[in-house]
Design a protein around this ligand. Structure first.
Ligand code: SAM
Ligand code: SF4
Length: 340
């Protein structure tokens, strides 16, 4: 392969003018839950040798930062299952250009790791929690664990994390009864709650539009309890969530990728745990960074090749995911294999 000339660093701009500054880095596809919307019950995980090492992730992120990436989110699978994750956080926060490293976790291992993650420089935490009733939690996650998540949240606060976000996927026929309890709990505990619509990325390909409990439905349930919610202007133009204010103060966020796609302001790219760049959750193409990393290139050539791959990935980004349109194609990989 010939080594392309280094690009002028004009940022990672796609054909529609979207500037990409956020990279989601999946560190594993393994998980200690089996959420129905994310992976099959009999999920098979990749052997460790197929996952990028921390040194490989660091090399990719250095190139991505040089190209314009400013924020990172570590995800998975369950990222806290990856041994030594605080070590990776420490390596990434030190990279020139990276302004913030965040983490999405199911929280089961947070009690053990929150202090080390904070010490390593992790800036923000998103914890997924769909239900406060242990039976509903286990029906969604197909494993128990609610108590450990709540312990993990308490530990995260003791470790100094502020503005912790709770992400709750809403599924019709399953989680309606959890919406008000989650809202009450998060308001009382000072947690930033966000409801997310169920996307067609489940491991069993069983998604149907009928299962999507839309953001509007969730807002109607909340309004019956708390009064009408008022939408707020976006604090950050790239943010997928729209925040709403409760009549008596405090906010709740909605990520509505199915009913109100935000593709037009998407600023995200993804690196899967096995080293593939993706330009969208719904990408049907991947760009193989691991092949570059594992070929014997001199460091400068490797960096140039990775930068070219990233630019190709960005250039090929489609205008929108197209869920609900005739041309929509479900990606082969489920959410846990991509990195949410
Ligand atoms: N295991 C971690 C967790 O659960 O937060 C990180 C990975 S998980 C794939 C990241 C986020 O994706 C979680 O908030 C999860 O609820 C969400 N998610 C997974 N599958 C989804 C789907 N089909 N539709 C919408 N959100 C989904
Ligand atoms: Fe695991 Fe997160 Fe997927 Fe649930 S959503 S199965 S916790 S990776």
């Amino acid at each position: 392969m010939s080594v392309p000339a280094p690009a002028a660093t004009a940022g990672l701009v796609d054909a529609f003018g979207r500037v990409h500054t956020d990279l989601r880095v999946s560190v594993t596809d393994h998980c200690n839950l089996r959420c129905s919307y994310c992976m099959p019950l009999d999920a098979r995980f990749r052997p460790a040798a197929e996952l990028l090492s921390f040194a490989e992730i660091e090399r990719v992120v250095r190139v991505a930062a040089e190209a314009g990436i400013r924020t990172l989110r570590l995800t998975g699978g369950e990222p806290l299952l990856r041994p030594g994750l605080p070590d990776l956080v420490g390596r990434l926060v030190g990279i020139a250009g990276i302004e913030e490293v965040a983490l999405s976790t199911n929280g089961l291992l947070l009690a053990e790791q929150a202090a080390a993650l904070a010490a390593a420089g992790l800036a923000r935490l998103n914890v997924s929690l769909d239900a406060l009733d242990p039976q509903v939690f286990a029906a969604v996650a197909r494993r128990p664990g609610l108590e450990r998540v709540l312990e993990g949240l308490a530990a995260a606060r003791r470790a100094g994390f502020r503005d912790i976000r709770i992400n709750a996927v809403s599924i019709r026929g399953l989680t309606e009864g959890e919406i008000v309890p989650l809202a009450r709990h998060c308001r009382a505990a000072g947690l930033q709650l966000r409801f997310i619509e169920f996307m067609p990325l489940d491991g069993e390909s069983a998604w149907s539009g009928a299962q999507v409990l839309g953001g509007a439905d969730v807002r109607a349930i909340l309004a019956r309890e708390f009064g009408a919610l008022e939408p707020l202007p976006a604090a950050d133009p790239g943010q997928p969530a729209v925040d709403y204010r409760y009549p008596d103060g405090g906010t709740v966020g909605f990520i509505d990728p199915v009913s109100a796609p935000f593709c037009g302001r998407c600023d995200r790219l993804r690196l899967t745990a096995d080293g593939q760049f993706r330009n969208c959750l719904f990408s049907t193409t991947e760009w193989d960074a691991r092949a570059v990393l594992r070929a014997a290139h001199p460091p400068a050539d490797e960096a140039a090749l990775l930068a070219a791959l990233l630019r190709d990935c960005v250039a090929a980004k489609r205008a929108a995911h197209g869920i609900g349109t005739p041309s929509f194609a479900r990606p082969e990989r489920a959410m846990y294999q991509i990195g949410g």
